[in-house]
Design a protein around this ligand. Structure first.
Ligand code: AMP
Ligand code: GLY
Length: 433
């Protein structure tokens, strides 16, 4: 069958890489793709409109479309494809509100008793500031809508929290995404992410993973999309796994179905593991980036039929309950090896950075045992591959143990060069420590 992947980052390279291993995949297209994806899929430039993409897919007889990023999901790409009788993996526009509106997600959690931080939502800046004064800092101030991962501002002091409210509601730094703000209590603990595939009723949980959001070593610097990831994440114990399935994942899916908005696709739960148990920080409606880059190398089963089962509502064939106790019988198969991915970014990221730097050593890195170099912000410039984004590459390695996977990923990083490259030196430190 012909498969189309939408997106252009490291997550999409990992998706294409895994899908391409399926005997069911005759040909893979990626819109728009990047320099690394172009080695294994045909890059197609179809313009930005959803209707244009869907018309192209219809004309090309695409059997399955896999949507990488959240923006097209929130815009309704799955609905547009469905109207033309095309299968697209991911939630429809109404279900994608779980990520696209933090207020929607918080209301759903409140209604269904899902553990999360206490919060209030405001459209008026003065009311928001009055509320913060009654609560006191620290709080987290969040633009309600999608803001490319930049809409969450910590308010450690009253002054910071007040400034954050003004940035979002008055200065409109995130445009429409800042029509309202969600103000949350601060949660303390270790973060972890939890990923499941779902057809709306049944779930296949992925192995655990963890990313590193801060730009610099020791979790300092600025919040980014993710500077590296590893799997498994020891913080997710089997007991915690079952707790999250029972207290978060199923109540969320049932809560969505109850309001007539069945959620199909990937449910990515961002968690804070607090002293009083795991609490939800956020829901995403797509695979994590860079979590996908460490999850797919560990997945042994064919991804294509799994994604189709999510769209068709037949995922029950793969899962009993998704719980580890008792262990699932029909589950999906995973490799025992661990995986680690180190993001190489443009110097300056997540602040403004330069692009167009020539990248060398890609083939040398890829030749190392167990190493796969996933491209994020790259493009082909004649014979050369050059940088074209903030996160440039995710150098991933598998190994018998997490420690050896991490060491091998760093050997890959050492082989690669571009001007002003920046990466963290401590990916996986929490799991090793
Ligand atoms: P979000 O996009 O909501 O996951 O927020 C981005 C990051 O901000 C998270 O990964 C956390 O590191 C941090 N964060 C968000 N909300 C909270 C909270 N209530 N307490 C502590 N940290 C938070
Ligand atoms: N790595 C975090 C995310 O994809 O949202």
């Amino acid at each position: 069958m012909k498969i189309l992947v939408i997106g252009q980052g490291g997550r999409e390279h990992a998706l294409v890489w895994k899908l391409a291993q399926s005997p069911l995949a005759e040909k893979i297209y990626c819109a728009p793709g990047n320099a690394g994806i172009a080695d294994i899929a045909e890059s197609v430039q179809i313009g930005n409109g959803l209707a244009e993409l869907a018309d192209w897919a219809k004309a090309e007889n695409i059997a399955l479309t896999v949507v990488g990023p959240e923006a097209p999901l929130a815009e309704g790409i799955v609905d547009t494809f469905r109207e033309r009788g095309l299968k697209a993996f991911g939630p429809d526009k109404r279900a994608a509100r779980l990520e696209a509106s933090k207020d929607f997600a918080k209301q759903l959690m409140a209604k269904n008793g899902i553990p999360t931080a206490a919060y209030r939502t405001f459209v008026d800046a003065d009311e928001a500031i009055t509320y913060i004064k009654t609560r006191n800092a620290p709080v987290f101030v969040k633009a309600n809508g999608l803001a490319a991962g930049k809409g969450v501002i910590p308010g450690r002091t009253l002054a910071q929290a007040t400034a954050a409210v003004k940035t979002i509601l008055v200065d409109r730094a995130f445009g429409e995404a800042g029509d309202s703000v969600v103000i949350e209590e601060e949660l303390i603990g270790e973060e972890a992410s939890f990923t499941v595939l779902t057809d709306g009723t049944h779930c296949v949980p992925f192995v655990s993973s963890q990313d590193h959001k801060m730009s610099h070593d020791g979790d300092t610097g600025k919040n980014t999309g993710g500077m590296g990831a590893y799997s498994p994440a020891p913080v997710i114990t089997p007991e915690l796994h079952d707790y999250v399935m029972e207290r978060v994942v199923y109540p969320t899916l049932n809560g969505m179905a109850d309001i007539g908005s069945t959620f199909k696709g990937v449910l990515y739960v961002g968690l804070m593991i607090t002293d009083t148990g795991p609490k939800v920080l956020e829901f995403n409606c797509r695979f994590g980036d860079p979590e996908a880059q460490v999850l797919f190398p560990r997945l042994k089963s064919d991804l294509v039929p799994l994604l189709i089962a999510c769209v068709d509502g037949t995922l029950a064939a793969y899962t009993d309950s998704g719980l580890q106790t008792p262990p699932t019988k029909k589950g999906v198969e995973w490799h025992a090896e661990a995986a680690a991915g180190v993001v190489m970014a443009s110097g300056g990221y997540p602040d403004p950075y330069q692009t167009g730097k020539v990248i060398t050593g890609l083939a040398e890195a890829a030749a190392l045992e167990g190493v796969t170099v996933f491209h994020a912000g790259t493009k082909q410039n004649g014979e050369q591959v050059v940088t074209a984004g903030g996160r440039v590459l995710c150098v991933t390695a598998v190994g018998d143990r997490l420690k050896s996977a991490i060491e091998q990923a760093y050997r890959g990083v050492s082989a690669i060069h571009f001007a002003d490259a920046h990466f963290r030196h401590d990916i996986g430190h929490r799991a090793l420590g």
